[in-house]
Write a protein that binds this ligand. Structure first.
Ligand code: BTN
Length: 256
């Protein structure tokens, strides 16, 4: 099933699939013919993939599970965090429209309060000094209210608002926000990149408050305060002695 949606100035091709293994895999299988910003969405994934090799649970027809393929010609591999920023901040803006205050748990989970409403798996192909393809795979829990897996602290739009939402209506709304953000930074306009940085930073979960973390390199549990992230997109956390540490993904875990 294919649907072509006109979203703002963009004509976006959205492929709705009843069942697939994973929309990220679907996007990569179709990479040869795909245009910038083409979308694959599934009612059900038989092998939905999460971060750290986890499975992504999503009940059939209940939620958004989709991948958008970008051809970010002007973005260098060192700046690939921009794709995480636009993807996660787009979800924050989308949820804001639904009446929720959402925060980004660095690098790209989206939380409402202390519960996870959205996860992302972002994969890149590099060609020379450019990102040739980035696939942003996004799962947003819309209507699911019971979660079978041992996913920690899941929530959904329905659990938070008491209302149900039609995935086919919601997808173009979220994709539209995502494409606007992508278009604003895809040429690396410095003002647009700075604005995205500021917006992302201000939306960070646990920014500026002390809470508990584990340094997974040493196993040490510590209290720290997130200050932001550095130029390599590593998380900056100040401990109670005032020392600032920089953590790559997998080097820190949040105690929630
Ligand atoms: C995570 O938080 O562990 C990441 C979850 C990513 C899930 C989405 S659903 C759409 C896309 N297809 C996949 O197989 N995974 C991503």
């Amino acid at each position: 099933m294919e649907k072509v949606s006109t979203i703002g100035d963009n004509t976006i091709r959205i492929h709705w699939l009843k069942t697939t293994d994973s929309t990220n895999l679907e996007a990569f299988r179709n990479v040869g013919d795909a245009s910038d910003k083409e979308v694959w969405a599934a009612e059900f994934q038989t092998a939905g993939r999460g971060q750290r090799g986890n499975v992504w649970e999503s009940a059939r027809g209940q939620n958004l599970t989709f991948s958008i393929l970008f051809r970010p010609d002007h973005i260098s591999p060192e700046n690939q965090f921009i794709i995480s920023q636009i993807s996660s901040y787009a979800v924050v803006l989308y949820l804001e429209r639904k009446g929720l205050v959402a925060k980004i748990k660095w690098p790209n989970d989206v939380y409402v309060g202390d519960k996870k409403i959205c996860g992302m798996l972002i994969e890149h192909s590099v060609s020379g000094d450019r990102l040739s393809v980035s696939v942003s795979g996004i799962g947003v829990n819309l209507n699911q209210t019971v979660f079978e897996s041992n996913a920690p602290n899941p929530t959904s739009l329905a659990l938070e608002t008491g209302k149900s939402h039609d995935p086919r209506q919601e997808l173009p709304e979220l994709v539209s926000i995502l494409c606007c953000l992508y278009d604003s930074v895809k040429d690396m306009d410095p003002d647009a990149v700075a604005l995205l940085d500021k917006s992302y930073r201000e939306s960070m979960y646990r920014l500026g408050v002390f809470s508990e973390f584990i340094d997974t390199r040493s196993g040490e549990r510590f209290r720290g305060m997130i200050l932001g992230y550095d130029e390599s997109a590593c998380l900056l956390v100040k401990n109670e002695k005032g020392e600032v540490g920089s953590f790559a993904f997998k080097e820190i875990s949040y105690i929630i």
